[in-house]
Ligand binder design. Structure first.
Ligand code: BG6
Length: 479
């Protein structure tokens, strides 16, 4: 698989301005500003950057906000680059419903022929903004970058796609899922298909179950409004976790090129069995209802555990357990591919006494590591041993943050690391049945692994794998 090609190799013409809707939001401050700074530092961003939001900010406030964000998320180690970044910034404030906002944007874009519009805003505003870009006449030769979740269910995703296509052609639409720009997640694809040894055992005959955990030790912060309309299932399971599952479960791409990866992943989503209420345990951390912008009787889940089946030849009968939540014991993401025990018990201890047979473990964050657990004999007369990990940890920090990578790719017209509409719709079709029809969210204490009821999902198996601290040889997570 070749690395996605930069614009000069794809033949696409690069965007000549980046417009960011949602400039005063949490996402912009946490991830986008630091990404822009890194791009400017490397000389990869030299076009104007126009922020749009409803908050009225002076230039001074804008610059302060950007400075605070970059300082907090990694620091300013190149003052000239920071100054160059600030010089690229412009700001348009106004209501997204008001045509005057788009007229002001048009004026700010003067001189730009091919802007890229990035919607870092709540999904409920996508349609309004896309349509206004069309009616204002500033969508021609432009690109559209849309944050996840794309829609809030299957029907709205289909509707949103029709709206997007009424203004932008498909090659100009970039559906972002920033997990696809993470090194450790790209490495799942590489590890599986750049090596020959995993493939013969990567199937129902050898894999007993797969677990994917994305845990965060913090709460929803200032994002109560967004979270109330989303919940954990829409926020991260239908997209980030499903993308991880697709990379783990997909068939080998039929040819070299990301088109083959896209279609192999879409086939995984299509083979997923639609979820039923008993496949899902929803939880809500104690204290959530007192958070800002949260309803006092909210039933929105801040934790979600899912049991999933992929009804394909390769994965028939293998349960996939996915779990994510806020205010869990740590901030960590990990995959455990649990292998079946040997068919015969030749040694007293060769069936796992601790409940775990051999496994592959992919630590996805805060560091990137892969471990293969195997039993080895203890020195001595007895044939007894224990399970130890062959351990590979990436100690070179990622060159780019996911947003740096993905915004650069989208502006260059390279869609390799973005999701496709057929995959988005197939993923919604899996979760659609339980978006409305589900059991109530059960309360859990902050700092725990969610409601106890989640344990029942894995009954008959070995229980949840709670990712522990990474091994001592793991490097410090990079900022
Ligand atoms: C976002 C979700 O897409 O991903 C957040 O909206 C979540 O709720 C975040 O915290 C996790 O991303 P990362 O890169 O920090 O693991």
């Amino acid at each position: 698989m070749n690395a996605p090609a930069p614009a000069h190799r794809t033949g696409a013409v690069a965007s000549d301005a980046l417009v960011i809707f949602g400039f005063t939001g949490d996402l912009a401050s946490k991830k986008i500003f630091p990404a822009l700074y890194a791009m400017v530092k490397k000389g990869e961003l030299t076009t104007p950057v126009i922020g749009v939001a409803s908050t009225k900010w002076s230039n001074y406030q804008l610059h302060q906000r950007v400075r605070e964000s970059v300082e907090r998320e990694g620091g300013i180690d190149d003052k000239p680059a920071f100054d160059r970044m600030v010089a690229l910034l412009r700001y348009v404030s106004g209501d997204y419903q008001d045509p005057a906002t788009f007229a002001a944007l048009k004026a700010a874009l003067a001189g730009s022929q091919r802007p890229a519009y990035y919607l870092a805003i709540p999904p409920s505003l996508f349609a309004t903004v896309i349509q206004s870009l069309g009616t204002t006449g500033i969508a021609r030769d432009a690109r559209l970058i849309v944050e996840k979740p794309f829609g809030r269910d299957l029907a709205s995703a289909v509707e949103l796609d029709a709206i997007a296509h009424s203004v932008f052609p498909e090659p100009s639409i970039f559906r972002i899922d920033h997990y696809l720009g993470k090194e450790a997640i790209m490495n799942i694809l590489y590890f599986r298909f750049a090596n020959s040894f995993p493939e013969p055992i990567w199937n129902r005959d050898h894999v007993a179950s797969v677990q994917v955990t994305l845990a965060e030790d913090f709460g929803i912060g200032q994002r109560g409004g967004f979270y109330e309309s989303a919940g954990c299932l829409r926020d991260v399971i239908q997209n980030h976790l499903f993308q991880i599952v697709a990379l783990l479960a997909m068939e080998p791409p039929a040819y070299q090129g990301f088109g083959a990866v896209h279609s192999a992943k879409a086939s995984v989503f299509r083979a997923m069995r639609p979820l039923a209420p008993d496949d899902v345990v929803r939880g809500q951390y104690a204290g959530y209802r007192q958070e800002k912008d949260v309803a006092p009787d909210s039933d929105v889940e801040t934790f979600c555990a899912v049991r999933l089946f992929i009804d394909s030849w390769r994965w028939a009968g293998v349960p996939w357990y996915l779990r994510s939540g806020k205010r869990l014991p740590s901030t960590v993401a990990e995959v455990l591919v649990q292998l079946r025990p040997p068919p015969q018990k030749l040694f007293d201890d060769s069936h796992p006494t601790d409940g775990r047979a051999n496994y592959f473990r992919f630590r996805l964050q805060p560091v990137s590591a892969i471990a293969l657990a195997a039993r080895v004999k203890h020195p001595g007369r007895e044939f007894v041993g224990d399970q130890r990990e062959l351990y590979l940890c990436e100690d070179v920090p990622a060159e780019e943050s996911p947003y740096e990578r993905l915004l650069g790719d989208a502006m260059a017209g390279d869609g390799a690391l973005f999701t496709t509409q057929d995959a988005v719709e197939a993923a919604w079709a899996v979760v659609d049945p339980v978006l409305v029809d589900h059991h109530p969210a059960l309360s859990y204490q902050p700092g725990t692994w969610g409601p106890r009821a989640a344990d029942a999902l894995v009954a008959g198996h070995i229980g949840w794998h709670n990712p522990g601290p990474e091994r001592p040889e793991a490097p410090e997570p990079c900022a």
